[in-house]
Design a protein around this ligand. Structure first.
Ligand code: AKB
Length: 312
């Protein structure tokens, strides 16, 4: 049975990953940590600032963790607003988590992102191995992170694994400071106001995935036979690619009067324009059986049903 320590446990992915891992491996085998305190008492929790290397090491050692899931990071739009903070937090936290894993012999997971690609990357069916010259601070952090994780595997034998997540959609935790967040907001506003004003322009395609598929992909990759992994940091994973009109059309199957308008935010649009339209996940499929269950319409049906219950 794994003993897992998670950083950023109250963030967009962490807040659901903790539940998934506690269900899979038992409540007491998952140590959640975050810079903020929590009221959730479903299992062990400690406050941790990931830039505090000593505390991270001590907590992992005391818990006898054998796996590190490092989720704490600033997302793309916030990183563009505060590039130095993003560098210090995203890279400083990552190197501390890798060092802790090296020192204590832990398996390691951290998410990369479609943000690790840039304008010179092929935009359609973006290959697993391709040009990565991102033009955002978040992208620079993600590419550096992928390389650093490879380095820790090659140099020190740390069992590092990662995926390049697309935009993640969920009814549980709202994302904050991302470029793909519109694909979550739109469902909330569809229920609350029956209309949405998108800060991402018409015709802008980005990859997306429903959170249950994202969580399952983390568990599956971490359980995968290492002998089958040719790539490690990080696998392209995706479930769908759409532009704002397509998600609106999917919502109209349930809320026919739903209206979509645009007020494009130049900063987030520029980030979206530098990312692929759709990525190729065949390496993840072939090497560890990645498969997403939800397409756009299945995700829309589930999101609207769950959000109606949550917001009523
Ligand atoms: C963001 O928009 O910053 C994230 C991502 C795609 O990494 N959702």
């Amino acid at each position: 049975m794994k003993r897992i320590m998670i950083t950023g446990a109250l963030g967009q992915i962490g807040s659901e990953l903790v539940g998934k891992l506690r269900e899979t491996y038992g409540n007491d085998n998952v140590l959640a940590t975050d810079i903020r305190p929590t009221t959730d008492e479903s299992g062990p929790f400690n406050v941790l600032d990931v830039t505090d290397a000593q505390k991270m090491h001590d907590l992992a050692k005391e818990f006898e963790a054998d796996t590190m899931m490092h989720m704490a990071a600033l997302l793309s739009a916030t990183a563009e607003e505060k590039p130095l903070l993003a560098w210090n937090l995203n890279m400083g936290g990552l190197v501390n988590a890798l060092e802790t894993s090296r020192e204590l012999g832990m398996q390691f997971f951290t998410p990369s992102s479609i943000g690790a690609f840039g304008p010179s990357t092929p935009k359609k069916n973006t290959p697993q191995d391709t040009l990565q010259r991102p033009t955002t601070m978040y992208g620079v952090n993600k590419v550096s992170g992928e390389l650093l994780c490879d380095y820790y595997f090659q140099k020190f034998g740390v069992d590092t694994r990662g995926v390049r997540f697309p935009g993640l959609v969920s009814y549980v935790a709202q994302p904050g400071g991302g470029t793909t967040d519109y694909a979550v907001d739109i469902y909330y506003q569809a229920i609350l106001k029956k209309k949405y004003t998108s800060y991402i322009g018409q015709g802008t395609y980005m990859d997306m995935m429903y959170m249950p598929d994202a969580l399952q992909s983390i568990v599956d990759l971490m359980e995968a036979d290492p002998a089958k992994l040719e790539h490690r940091n990080a696998f392209n994973v995706t479930a769908m690619s759409f532009e704002p009109e397509e998600i609106a059309a999917s919502i109209r199957n349930h809320i026919p009067e739903f209206e979509l308008a645009y007020d494009v935010d130049p900063e987030r649009q520029a980030i979206a324009d530098s990312w692929p339209d759709n990525i190729d996940a065949s390496a993840a499929k072939n090497e560890w059986g990645f498969q997403a269950k939800y397409d756009l319409d299945a995700m829309t049906a589930d999101m609207l049903e769950k959000l109606k219950q949550k917001l009523q």
